[in-house]
Write a protein that binds this ligand. Structure first.
Ligand code: GDD
Ligand code: MN
Length: 367
């Protein structure tokens, strides 16, 4: 009985995502169905939220300043009471930059989303772009994102990410998820955005009330709300960001990000029935993969273990094979992601990590 149930849950755990990826592969071959305009030049407000980014902020400002015509660019650095001189560095940079840079200093650190909303209130651009301080954009990333926003059906555009530094597992994981986000976007929209570059039509962002402050994945949730209202929210494969991966505290970093995604999907599920048709399937699948599927694996392993202890040889063989397969990297990457998701759900019961500890990032940074 334990054995059969364990097997059925394991089959479901691996079968549903495999089925979903088979569908996603077909989506990946589709056309975008978007009319881009490389000459579209709206005024752009780039918001850089910072907390103790002294090491990164100057290079990041330089990177942003080179990404768009300066007369159409406004930068708002919103600093959450850094203690390492980040705001001073940004202010100094602003004095001689020849770019419109505002530096907002908050008295207390209250989390990234609140800062974003504060900056949104000051931003005057038609397009608002979130740019995490510890990331870098490819030189044409912003222009390519803006070109897509020229299409009236597109409300928000985010990037694919290339990891810099960190353990090898991060690269395999990234390549896979980049492709998945692009596939979902081609189908219509993706519910997962990246704060390294998240570009929004300002009007669309304001229509959903700005960034939610009660959950961590503010960027993904705002994009999802925009998609629920009928505009596309896409991750584009020609919009590239480099993100620094922590060398220390990697697990804590992955678990915190998973916590935020879980919060985002838990908040999005009740809205599912409002989703436009092609987005409903994507949102339902991703919510299932983040909220439910990891638990099926855990339960399956527990049941098979119980069955093996009771002398079921098939159960032992099954678990042995599952353990051996950990030598195969894609499988190992998958299992590790499931462990992060389970750990994150448990941790969410204790803290939502709306204000989080800074990870130490020593990755090499190159554009
Ligand atoms: N103003 C302000 N206040 N900025 C903050 C705060 C804060 O309390 N906390 C972090 N930041 C800034 C950081 O300085 C960085 O520029 C950006 O917000 C993202 O923070 P990181 O510490 O680099 O987090 P991450 O790389 O793991 O964040 C990713 O995942 C988050 C969700 O878990 C990004 O995609 C984020 O955009 C996303 O919210
Ligand atoms: Mn970061």
């Amino acid at each position: 009985m334990f054995f059969e149930l364990g097997l059925a849950l394991a089959a479901l755990h691996f079968g549903v995502p495999l089925g979903y990826y088979a569908v996603a592969k077909r989506w990946l071959r589709r056309d975008w169905g978007i009319r881009e305009d490389g000459g579209y030049r709206p005024k752009v407000s780039v918001i850089i939220p910072t907390y103790n980014e002294a090491e990164h902020i100057a290079q990041r400002l330089e990177n942003v300043a080179q990404s768009y015509p300066r007369d159409k660019l406004e930068v708002v650095v919103v600093d959450g009471a850094s203690t390492d001189g980040t705001a001073e560095i940004a202010e100094k940079w602003a004095e001689k930059a020849g770019v419109d840079v505002k530096v907002v200093r908050e008295e207390r650190r209250e989390g990234k989303a609140k800062s974003l909303n504060r900056a949104l209130g000051l931003a005057t651009g038609e397009v608002v772009v979130i740019a995490d301080a510890d990331a870098l954009w490819a030189p044409d990333a912003l222009r390519r994102a803006v070109a897509k926003l020229a299409d009236p059906s597109v409300g928000a555009v985010s990037c694919v990410k290339r990891p810099i530094g960190g353990p090898g597992i991060e690269e395999g994981y990234r390549g896979f998820y980049n492709a998945l986000r692009v596939a979902e976007s081609k189908a219509w929209s993706t519910p997962i955005f990246h704060g390294e570059l998240a570009a929004f039509k300002r009007e669309a962002l304001e229509a959903v009330g700005g960034f939610p402050t009660d959950i961590g994945a503010d960027d993904s949730h705002a994009a999802t709300l925009i998609a629920l209202r009928g505009l596309r929210a896409i991750v584009a494969d020609d919009v590239l960001c480099m993100e620094t991966v922590p060398e220390e505290g990697y697990h804590a970093w992955r678990i915190r990000r998973a916590q935020h995604l879980i919060q985002h999907f838990a908040k999005a599920v009740p809205l599912l029935r409002k989703a436009p048709r092609p987005f409903r399937a994507v949102l339902a699948a991703e919510a299932y993969l983040h909220l439910v599927n990891p638990w099926l694996l855990l339960t399956a392993v527990a049941l098979l273990l119980a069955s093996a202890f009771m002398g079921n040889i098939l159960a032992t063989a099954f678990l042995g094979t599952g353990a051996l397969m950990l030598l195969y990297k894609p499988y190992r990457t998958w299992i590790v992601a499931q462990i992060y998701l389970v750990a994150a759900s448990v941790r969410n019961l204790r803290t939502k990590e709306i204000v989080w500890n800074k990870q130490i990032k020593r990755g090499r940074r190159r554009c």
